[in-house]
Ligand binder design. Sequence first.
Ligand code: TPP
Ligand code: MG
Length: 537
Amino acid sequence: MTAQASVADELIGALAEAGIDNVFGLPGGEVVEVLDSIRRSEIDFTLVHHESSAGFMASATARLTGRPSACLATLGPGSTNIVTGVAHAYLDRAAVIVITAETSQHLLPGHTHQVLDLEALFTPITKASYRLNPGEAHEMVRKAIALATTGRPGPVHLQISNDVAAAETSAPKPGPTLPSSEPAGNDKLQRARQLLSDSKRPILIAGLGLEPEGPYKELLQLAESVRAPVIVTPKAKGAISDDHPLAAGTIGLTRTDPAYEVLDQADCVVAVGFDVVELVKPWEHPAPLIWLAPWPNQDPRLPAAAEVIGPMGPALRRLAEAESHSLDGWGSKIVDAHRSKSPILRSTRSNSARMAPQAVLRVLRETLDSEALITTDVGSHKILTCLEWQAFVPNRFLVSNGLSSMGYSLSAAIAAGLVLRDTSIVCTVGDAGLLMSMGELATLARLDIPVTVVVFKDHALDLIRSHQNRVGQLTYGTEFTAPDFVQIAEAHGIPAERVSTEDDLTMAVKRFIPSMKPGLIEAEIDPSTYSTTPVVG
Ligand SMILES: Cc1ncc(C[n+]2csc(CCOP(=O)(O)OP(=O)(O)O)c2C)c(N)n1
Ligand SMILES: [Mg+2]
């Protein structure tokens, strides 16, 4: 990049240098300079129909590529709209560069139209918020990218006005290079190995921080060498294949997730890339905890007996050398015993003319190949999907779990389709979640991405209705008449079908998935078999 580049070109050039090939967004007049710079670059711009979707798409892209990603919105309403997507990137730990417009400084303070304090708006939901200026653009953009990706990943906000975007940058100043992550200290590893070796009932918890490093092979080696069951959080589903004898299930959804039964028996917990942001129930396990992650443990509730910060692969390999004193009845035996007790997707049937939501997942699992990617939205269907979806490969299950925001799954599936061209992609979503994010059906149709949307139609904010009923309240404000999603999809040119039986669903999935085109299946479900539904009577 030469000293004569505009600030916008500098910004976009730095994004390209960082491996970003797509900016998701919805522009306003105040970002047209940046948009034009994208047009002239090797980076694509993907227009979305609500700015929060841009944040969701950028986050999903970062998670699937292992590189930072970017989204763009205008000032004022564009910035307030993108907030949910940025908050998702923040709490779901995604390295996202958030570019927004700002009012040109020379117009201030006399000009008040659409003016908001964007730094104040974004500071609590980003790792930092910077205002670009021509004198420091080169350094600031690189600093933003490094900050987003270093340690615990997260979004960084950059404000840029059209004036600044069009101005020439100053020559880059040589800046300090960022320290790479510290190699794990030997003493800490030594302590961790000792703890593990002393343990009779060790357990591994795999969390969202396994990405982007992806030390799955090493995780499995450690689990097998010390015969430790592996529990995953929702964002780490697939870290161990769910058909592995040590795969003990998922925690993070409710206070009584079945896998807690296994966790409760552990006398040593190895937490790998674990982040309590994924847990609904506060951590209260007394066993010594070994922390392995690229970033320090920042949770006061999670006192780590040994904390190994840095690349997880080498640390896992060293731990696998620990002498194992695991009990005979531990490991796969305890997992087996637990599995035979937990709710089983395979058996739940509905008593009504509509399908049990479990049946929808069962058909999807039986029909999709093991490499298929599934996204879930937020609601009763998310809890079921996170607990019971069998994930066989890492990083093919996308969910908003730190923030748990409705409206995520369609955007995430679209982003996945842009990254993984040959993968079957299914977006599962509640009827309210689809109504919230429906504008992106237009994006799906326009980009012609092979995503099959499966909407769980129950005419309710079911999870909230269940909550009301569980605490003894009457159902109020949580039911609605869902529209005909088939017609809505078809209006976008997306083939669609309504199903209420497993056979029809199987046929629809078998038709839509191989078509390599967008598709929508409206599944009429009976929510009464959700485990979150209170038992009446
Ligand atoms: C943006 C956002 N608004 C509100 C909520 C609170 N919330 C959690 S689940 C839920 C109901 C979702 O309904 P639906 O999408 O139909 O899924 P269902 O529970 O019926 O499976 C709501 C309102 C949320 N998580 N995110
Ligand atoms: Mg619903």
